[in-house]
Design a protein around this ligand. Sequence first.
Ligand code: HEC
Length: 104
Amino acid sequence: MKMIPRSVAVAVMSALMTAPVLATPDLANGKAIDQQKCYSCHAKKTGFGNGDMIYTRSDGKVKSLADLKKMISLCNTELRLDLFPEDEVDVATFLNKQFYKFKP
Ligand code: HEC
């Protein structure tokens, strides 16, 4: 068996150790963002005074997880809400869990 040069092994190991821990979506953050930045506008838009209804309306535009992410970044960039990509993921995860329930 050929030995791996020690320097390579050390480089690989330190790369593994400094790799960021895979971020798991933060549902509480997603919910807070929805309540702070999204809810009141959606409440106005639907005319029901309830910002959750836009996610559950029967003629909703979102038919898949991909649609959901697209819609969130559309609302985010169009309206300049200044969400970070991680925030978009958090909101998407929260909305999917709470309302849409698409399979990942
Ligand atoms: C200034 C108003 C406004 C804000 C703020 C806003 N949205 Fe929206 N959003 C809309 C409007 C209007 C629609 C409906 C668009 C349509 O029907 O084409 C919509 C639709 C959506 C939909 C699609 C709902 C469906 O199932 O059809 C999603 C998802 C969504 N917004 C996510 C968000 C998120 C997440 C935020 C906050 C980060 C946000 N929006 C902030 C105005 C807003």
